[in-house]
Ligand binder design. Structure first.
Ligand SMILES: Cc1cc2nc3c(=O)[nH]c(=O)nc-3n(C[C@H](O)[C@H](O)[C@H](O)COP(=O)(O)OP(=O)(O)OC[C@H]3O[C@@H](n4cnc5c(N)ncnc54)[C@H](O)[C@@H]3O)c2cc1C
Length: 290
């Protein structure tokens, strides 16, 4: 049963931030698509006195891209809009592919990128790939805004760096360098559901076809989506080498920190982290070469 709450529906971002500020000492939650929050409220895991509905704040519903600045996605943009965006398909194909595997069309039509990152479930899809893209998050309150790397925003299981009066405003993904390729895959029992483990890789090649930079991140393999920097470092300066990718996978399986639960044991998750890391490095490299 959902406990009683006062439903607030601001007409603008300014009004939403002012409501958040007014209720910062109360039990108060933002709701956007409700795809994650309502489940927790129905289970009684979240009880709130005030619910501020930001779903219809059009100022935060946008996808913008320029070659210089990269990609900016407003917080209330839906998964489906990201999946269908032509600029994302062109410049960040791994992101549109990822979105096709988020839940089902109904959830993607209503669930948003702000709600996904705000929920901070380490099993969710976008965060690992966004980490490899060096994404930043802009959050704001009634007094102003601040921007931080996604890695700093994700603090722990269902925990973010948001203060009580702040909300996510925007996700920024820098423009990819030339000769960059990225890939993401999750492994789970159901194809379009939260994965048991996921891996993302983003590779940039230099003029000689060697690795200029590599970024690797895992989902559902620690309390947040995490970068595996030790594995990234061993690839820099190397040519295409599947043995090096396997070594990177081995490091990923060692450096992650998964739990055992009904979806998979810790050992199973470590194994998957290694296999998926190698696979995503191969795919990202092929794309970087093309
Ligand atoms: C059946 C099902 C399958 C799913 N499968 C997947 C999957 O395969 N992959 C995946 O990644 N996810 C999956 N999800 C989760 C869901 O798709 C995402 O969590 C969704 O993006 C949540 O967005 P929302 O707008 O509905 O968030 P809400 O449920 O409205 O909010 C979620 C949390 O974020 C907070 N929040 C919302 N907006 C903001 C904001 N702008 N600033 C700060 N905090 C905010 C809320 O207070 C709440 O704590 C699934 C969900 C369901 C129901």
């Amino acid at each position: 049963m959902i406990h009683d709450f006062t439903y607030l529906k601001p007409d603008s971002l300014k009004e939403a931030l002012s409501m958040l500020s007014e209720h910062k000492d109360d039990e108060c939650k933002l709701i956007c698509g409700g795809q994650s929050l309502l489940i927790l409220m129905r289970q009684g895991m979240i009880v709130t006195d005030y619910l501020i509905d930001i779903k219809h704040i059009k100022e935060l519903d946008y996808i913008k891209f320029t070659q210089k600045d990269g990609l900016r996605i407003g917080a209330t943009t839906t998964h489906r809009a990201i999946e269908k965006s032509d600029v994302i398909k062109k410049h960040y194909p791994a992101l549109s592919e990822l979105e096709t595997k988020v839940a089902n069309i109904q959830v993607r039509n209503w669930g948003t990128i702000g709600g996904n990152l705000g929920h901070a479930d380490p099993a969710e899809d976008p965060a690992p790939l966004l980490l490899t893209y060096n994404a930043e998050i802009t959050v704001g309150n009634a007094k102003g805004q601040r921007t931080m790397p996604l890695s700093e925003f994700l603090v722990g299981y269902f925990e973010t760096a948001l203060k009580k009066d702040e909300m996510i405003l925007e996700v920024h993904v820098p423009a990819p360098d030339a000769k960059t390729g990225a890939a993401y895959q999750k492994h789970g029992l159901l194809e379009n559901d939260l994965g048991t483990v996921s891996a993302a890789a983003c590779v940039t090649l230099d003029g000689n076809g060697k690795c200029k930079s590599a970024k690797i991140a895992l989902g559902c393999a620690a309390s947040t989506a995490i970068r595996i920097k030790r594995a990234e470092e061993i690839l820099v300066g190397k040519p295409y080498d599947e043995k090096a990718f396997a070594e990177a996978g081995k490091i990923a399986s060692e450096d992650c920190d998964p739990v055992s639960d009904i979806h998979g044991s810790e050992g199973h998750r470590r194994e998957l982290a290694g296999v998926l890391t190698k696979k995503m490095l191969i795919k990202a490299w092929e794309r970087a070469k093309a």
